[in-house]
Design a protein around this ligand. Structure first.
Ligand SMILES: Nc1ncnc2c1ncn2[C@@H]1O[C@H](COP(=O)(O)OP(=O)(O)OP(=O)(O)O)[C@@H](O)[C@H]1O
Length: 300
C-alpha cells in the first residue's frame, strides 16, 4: 500500500471534561492541499497539535510522513513545518538572524542557510528587510518570516494554521499565491486551517470538516460542492410577484420581483412553473458557495 502523508485512525483527545476530538479518521495524500475546517472550538487546533507532535492523543493511531507521532516524534518533526499563530520571533534579532537561529537548530550548514533564505526572502518580496530588527515589522512581514522559518529545512509537509489571519488584502493575495506555488509547483503537502472560505475555494483540493470533535465531511472540494448542488438554489424573476404565490414552495429570499428558492428537484420545480403557466422574466441556478455548505453541515 502506498504511503500517505498523514494517516489518522480513530483519534480521540480528551481533556478533563471535554472530548476535543472524537474517534476521527482521515488520510492526506502526498501533494494534496488539504483544508481542515470547522467552527470555533470544533477540535482543529487540537488535531493539528497532535499531528505536529505538540500534543499526545488519548487514543488512536496517527502517522505523519510514515512515522508514528508518539514513538517517532523526532522523525516526524524532521519532515514537517508549522506556521501557527502566536509563534515567537525574537525582536532583538534581525529577520535573517531569526531564520538562521532556527535553521541552526535543524543542524543546517551556514552556506545552505544563506542560499535557501536568500531565495525565500526574494520570493516573498522582503529581501530589503532581511537585516532589520523584527520589532519594526508589520504582522504580514512577521508572518512571512514565520513561513520562511518553517520552509528553511525543506519539509515535505507543511501545516498552515490561519496563515492570512489579520493580513492586509495585498499581503493576503501574495501569500495565497505563494501557498499555491508551494503546493502545485514544489509538490509540498499542505494542511491548511482557516475560517476564510474564499481561501479554501481558491486553494484546496480536499476538504475535511470537523464539528464538535467529529469529522463530518471529508471529500474533494468539487465533490463536496457537487453533493450540495443536488439541492440547488434558483433565482427567479417573475413578470409580477402575484405569480410567485402559485408555487407550492416558499422562497428563501425576496427582493422585489426577484425571489430565491432552495429546491429539492430542479426538474419538478420547472415542471410546476410550466404546468401553472407562470410567466418568468429570468431564471438561473446559483452555485452554492462553500460558506452555504459549511453553515449547512455544521449547523446540524
Ligand atoms: N488544553 C486544553 N484544556 C482543556 N480544554 C481544551 C484544551 N485545548 C482545547 N480544549 C477544548 O477542546 C475543544 C476543541 O478546541 P480546539 O482549540 O481544538 O478548537 P478549534 O477548532 O481549533 O477552535 P478555533 O477555531 O476557535 O481555534 C474546545 O472545547 C476547547 O475548549
Amino acid at each position: 500500500m502506498e504511503e500517505k502523508a498523514i494517516e489518522v485512525k480513530n483519534l480521540t483527545k480528551k481533556f478533563k471534561k471535554v472530548t476535543a476530538v472524537k474517534n476521527a479518521s482521515f488520510d492526506v495524500e502526498y501533494g494534496e492541499l488539504f483544508a481542515f475546517l470547522g467552527p470555533n472550538g470544533a477540535g482543529k487546533s487540537t488535531t493539528i497539535r497532535i499531528l505536529t507532535t505538540l500534543a499526545v492523543p488519548t487514543s488512536g493511531d496517527v502517522h505523519v510522513a510514515g512515522y508514528n507521532v508518539i514513538k517517532d516524534g523526532e522523525k516526524v518533526r524532521k519532515k514537517i513545518g508549522l506556521v501557527a499563530d502566536k509563534m515567537i520571533l525574537y525582536d532583538r534579532l534581525t529577520a535573517y538572524e531569526n531564520v538562521e537561529f532556527f535553521a541552526k537548530l535543524y543542524g543546517m550548514e551556514p552556506t545552505e542557510i544563506k542560499k535557501r533564505s536568500d531565495e525565500l526572502f526574494e520570493i516573498l518580496e522582503i529581501s530589503e528587510w532581511r537585516n532589520e530588527y523584527v520589532s519594526k515589522f508589520s504582522t504580514g512581514m512577521k508572518q512571512k518570516i514565520n513561513i520562511i522559518r518553517a520552509l528553511i529545512p525543506q519539509p515535505d509537509i507543511l501545516f498552515l494554521d490561519e496563515p492570512t489571519l489579520g493580513l492586509d488584502p495585498h499581503t493576503t493575495v501574495s501569500l495565497r499565491n505563494f501557498i499555491k506555488h508551494l503546493n502545485k509547483d514544489m509538490g509540498k503537502t499542505i494542511v491548511l486551517t482557516t475560517h476564510d472560505l474564499h481561501e479554501v475555494e481558491m486553494l484546496a483540493d480536499t476538504i475535511a470538516i470537523i464539528n464538535k470533535g467529529e469529522i463530518v465531511t471529508k471529500d474533494s472540494k468539487n465533490n463536496v460542492k457537487e453533493y450540495f448542488h443536488e439541492n440547488p438554489r434558483v433565482e427567479v424573476e417573475f413578470e409580477n410577484t402575484q405569480e410567485a404565490k402559485l408555487l407550492t414552495i416558499e422562497p428563501l429570499e425576496i427582493q422585489g420581483t426577484r425571489l430565491t428558492y432552495q429546491v429539492n428537484n430542479l426538474n419538478e420545480f420547472l415542471k410546476e412553473i410550466d404546468n401553472k403557466n407562470i410567466k418568468l422574466k429570468h431564471i438561473k441556478t446559483i452555485e452554492p458557495s462553500l460558506e452555504d455548505i459549511f453553515v449547512k453541515i455544521t449547523s446540524n
